[in-house]
Design a protein around this ligand. Structure first.
Ligand SMILES: C[S@@+](CC[C@H](N)C(=O)[O-])C[C@H]1O[C@@H](n2cnc3c(N)ncnc32)[C@H](O)[C@@H]1O
Length: 223
């Protein structure tokens, strides 16, 4: 991942889409487009390690109790595997087959049990409604069409059991276009307010250098 171009350039448009439909397969946001990026070996978003904010949280005195967690747009699964290592029961979702395959290989190599779902996140409900104590978000929110963000907030709430929590690292860069599509603390607060109360919403202080100053740690509890 480079500081100048954190994610691969994309011709994606901000067109509104039905959240229950896969994005147009010609768009840079489709499963095909993401799969091509994995196959091309250019996953520049991939840190090769869990997000530092998650490490800080789970290794702190404030670490949430272990429970069932679902990682959305999990990619190769560094975050999902880290939560599994810490004792969480993890389901990892991604619609790119190569990402899920790589995640499965890593889970096997580390002798970790992770439920793998090669699915569009917007097709998880009603099947998985209310099944999780935690939703794990890291660079999936910034990878979907911004027009789908209200649907994403609804989805996160729907996946959680009552009192469940969203553990999120949001990307707050202000460059135009995407993916990754940036956001702001105010926008996150407004978007999730109908479904969540905020436990913490603050800048990440230990980001990797190329994301420094552009990450927002969000810990939200379902109302
Ligand atoms: C920028 S990557 C981040 C991957 C991983 N979270 C990480 O940090 O390495 C975004 C991921 O979300 C997946 N994705 C995007 N939209 C999705 C959707 N609607 N359903 C499932 N996966 C999706 C992509 O395939 C890709 O793996």
């Amino acid at each position: 991942m480079t500081a100048q171009t954190p994610f691969p350039p994309s011709s994606a448009q901000n067109s509104a889409q039905n959240p229950n439909q896969n994005p147009d397969q010609s768009s840079g946001l489709s499963s095909t487009a993401w799969e091509q990026r994995y196959q091309a070996g250019t996953p520049r978003w991939d840190l090769g390690q869990p997000a530092p904010a998650f490490k800080t949280l789970l290794e702190s005195a404030d670490a949430p109790q272990v429970g069932s967690a679902i990682a959305l747009g999990a990619g190769r699964g560094h975050d999902a595997l880290f939560f599994a290592q810490q004792g969480f029961t993890v389901t990892a979702v991604d619609f790119a087959p190569s990402a899920i395959a790589a995640l499965g290989q890593q889970a096997h190599a580390q002798n970790l049990s992770v439920q793998l779902l090669q699915r569009d996140i917007f097709e998880l409900v009603p099947e998985f409604a209310g099944q999780f104590s935690y939703v794990i978000e890291h660079t999936c929110f910034c990878a979907i069409d911004p027009a789908l963000r209200p649907a994403y907030a609804q989805l996160a709430a729907d996946l959680l059991a009552p009192g469940g929590e969203l553990l999120a690292v949001f990307f707050t860069h202000q460059r135009s276009g995407g993916p990754p599509f940036g956001t702001t603390p105010a926008a996150v607060r407004q978007l999730f307010a109908p479904h969540f109360e905020v436990i913490a919403l603050e800048p990440v202080t230990n980001s990797i250098p190329s994301r420094r100053g552009e990450e927002l740690w969000g810990w939200l509890r379902k109302r």
